[in-house]
Design a binder for this molecule. Structure first.
Ligand code: 5AD
Ligand code: SF4
Length: 423
């Protein structure tokens, strides 16, 4: 894939790696997108370089029939024109995305309804439910916004042992959940060997898909964990604004972060990334740039959530990012990356519980349950008053929105596991 992208670019073809339409190529795979006028030249270049083309599929099935159904907004307004152009597909422009991101009132409604329609066409009606196990809140980093930062002495630290993690993973699996997210701060106590054992054991004993969300590791470890059985890997870019990135992440650089995300993708993971919206000193262009970057890198899962001030951090006195901006960002991400998996995040729920419901109604298709054992989860304070997203709430949201949940979860619920394990 990487070589095909390189040779096409060298041949002057406009190419981007984007998530494949799930109905055509299975969920969370990547395809190379080229403008239809350049398709035959692209196929020729690919062939000349001895690379096999598996399948050619028509782009943006999600957008079909959407344009006509746009809600009535002022005919021909700058907003409507921008929405029309973005819906057509192809690399979007910064100014169009900026116009969409700042939509309010009727325009915001139109934007979100359109994104919801695209989600319906590409992903369908099932809300994917995943479970996060926050197994350690130790972190060697000092991100200015995060309550887990090493210098936050107020955080009561904990680590789960390999046995505790496996035991909890088994309970999660019994609920009918098919994907577990192993989440932690950057904690070197979990050596390569320990993590390999944890991944292998969970895979062998539960068969669940395993998502790693453990921050940056050595490049070589990504492949080792992949071979051990990890399927997905999440590493947020947080912001693509180089200066803002450097200010928020002492001792870190945006270029290094990009290197890690590319290494994760290269190791064969279904790759997740995303950003924070409403950060101090972040403007709309910066967020538009984030969305363009996520598209260009062909990120399969896009987690975007509002900034929420965390007690005991240098940013504790700053205001939270607005819910409107967070929701518009979800909608824009859905339009620009129609086939991506997009969670309605815990951060949104923390801002306002109903905002998480709205996220699912404007392009998002996934919910992450917090399944960290009681007694520990209270100390995984990334930000203040973190909402506990449990199965009961997730099912309630699905019901309100008349959406479905995976059948195994319905069965797990009927077996009475919901009450037993979530509280
Ligand atoms: N507000 C919003 N999101 C935050 N994160 C960390 N701290 C905050 C905060 N104060 C998010 C980051 C990080 C993930 C662990 O949580 O995106 O990747
Ligand atoms: Fe650590 Fe992640 Fe928090 Fe940064 S955002 S301090 S890396 S847990």
């Amino acid at each position: 894939m990487f070589r095909a992208e390189r040779v096409l670019r060298a041949g002057g073809v406009t190419v981007s790696a984007v998530p494949a339409p799930p109905r055509e190529a299975g969920p969370c795979t990547t395809v190379l997108e080229v403008p239809s006028a350049e398709t035959s030249r692209a196929v020729h270049i690919i062939k000349l370089n001895g690379i096999e083309t598996v399948k050619i599929i028509a782009a943006y099935p999600g957008r079909r029939g959407v344009t006509e159904k746009l809600a009535a907004v002022a005919a021909g307004s700058a907003f409507e024109q921008a929405l029309g152009r973005v819906l057509k597909g192809g690399p979007p422009t910064l100014s169009d995305l900026r116009l969409l991101l700042r939509a309010s009132g009727k325009e915001a409604q139109a934007l979100r309804r359109t994104a919801d329609k695209v989600r319906q066409n590409t992903i369908g009606e099932v809300i994917d439910i995943r479970a996060a196990l926050e197994f350690s809140n130790y972190c060697r980093r000092n991100c200015l916004y995060c309550g887990l930062r090493a210098e936050n002495r107020k955080t009561k630290r904990y680590r789960m042992t390999e046995q505790e993690i496996l035991a909890r993973a088994r309970e999660i699996s019994e609920l009918g959940v098919r994907t577990i997210i192993l989440q932690s701060g950057e904690d070197d106590w979990y050596t390569t060997k320990r993590l390999v054992k944890i991944i292998r054991d969970i895979k062998r004993k539960t068969g669940m898909r395993i998502t790693l969300s453990i921050g940056e590791r050595e490049y070589g470890e990504y492949s080792i964990f992949r071979e051990a059985g990890a399927d997905n890997c999440l590493l947020k870019i947080e912001t693509t604004d180089e200066h803002l990135y450097a200010r928020l992440h002492p001792g870190m650089a945006l270029a290094d972060r990009i290197g890690h995300i590319r290494a994760i993708k290269k190791a064969g993971y279904i790759t997740g990334s995303g950003n924070i919206t409403g950060l101090p000193e972040q403007d709309l262009d910066s967020i538009a740039g984030d969305v363009m970057w996520l598209r260009q890198e062909g990120i399969h899962m896009i987690g975007t959530g509002p900034f929420i001030p965390a007690p005991g951090t240098p940013l504790e006195k700053y205001p939270a990012g607005p819910a409107e901006l967070a929701l518009n960002t979800i909608a824009v991400a859905r339009l620009v990356c129609p086939n991506a998996y997009i969670p309605s995040t815990t951060a949104l729920a923390t801002l306002e519980r109903k905002a998480q419901l709205e996220g699912l109604a404007c392009g998002a298709n996934t919910v992450m349950l917090i399944m960290t054992p009681p007694g520990l989860r209270e100390n995984y304070i990334i930000y203040g008053n973190k909402s506990v997203v449990d199965l009961t709430w997730a099912l309630q949201m699905a019901k309100t929105l008349k959406r479905q949940v995976p059948p195994a979860i319905e069965n797990g619920k009927e077996a009475g596991f919901a009450q037993h394990s979530v509280k």
